[in-house]
Design a protein around this ligand. Sequence first.
Ligand SMILES: N[C@@H](CCC(=O)N[C@@H](CS)C(=O)NCC(=O)O)C(=O)O
Length: 257
Amino acid sequence: MSDQVTLFHWEPNANSGKPMLALAEKGVKFDSHYIDMLNFDQHKPEYLAINPQGTIPAMLHGERVLTESTAIMEYVDATFDGPSLMPDDPRDRWRIRWWMKFMDQWLGPSFSMIGWSFFVGPSVRQRDPKELEAAIERIPLPERRTAWRKAIYNLFSEEEIAESQRRIGIGINMLEEALSKREWLGSNQYSLADVNGFNLAYALPLSQPHLSNDEKTPHILEWLRRIYERPAVKATWALGRTDMVKRVTILEREPQA
Ligand SMILES: N[C@@H](CCC(=O)N[C@@H](CS)C(=O)NCC(=O)O)C(=O)O
């Protein structure tokens, strides 16, 4: 089997950023294919031939096709040399998987709803309505079709947004508490939980300044800044193209006087 790694990804953010950063942390060279999500590249036949669900990311390793961002990260960590992103201790592994499940299933969708409502929708809304409708019709998964419709036509209800905000508030408190007990999120070493968490939370001080700031959540801020300083993060975020990911520079430390 060829060892070639190809990653189809959008911005280093949420789901795409997870395997991008895991590969960078392991020092794995990969062929990067930027899928412009705002141009609906993920629903074009050439990409559907790789992932018929029309979602990103997807990774090719030789002949293998891998989907699901968190599962791809675990594959990357287990397959390639380089620093381990999963400790050996079963309790640490449990905690890391606990956090990843919590983020992927419960907290992440709330961040996503806010992001789609404030960034994705407004980024495409002004395009030709007929083209947009045709683009929506081409989306393979009904739930993604619904998400696009809500984003484009601004149909997220006040209740939905309020519920997402509520969950983000709870998630921030949980992160702050966990990070006040140990240096990293899931164990005493930097792990997949931190990679996952950074992708979700890197812009918190900008997107939720009233809930996450140096006074209210000092441990979260220090954790984000420490991760931001890693060379793998710098290399990964340099692959971003939109203003959304440029927000990461909020984590730059103030120069010491
Ligand atoms: N559970 C999947 C979710 C993948 C997913 O929904 N990705 C979003 C981007 S963050 C996507 O592909 N959206 C494209 C679309 O909805 O058209 C994973 O973690 O890989």
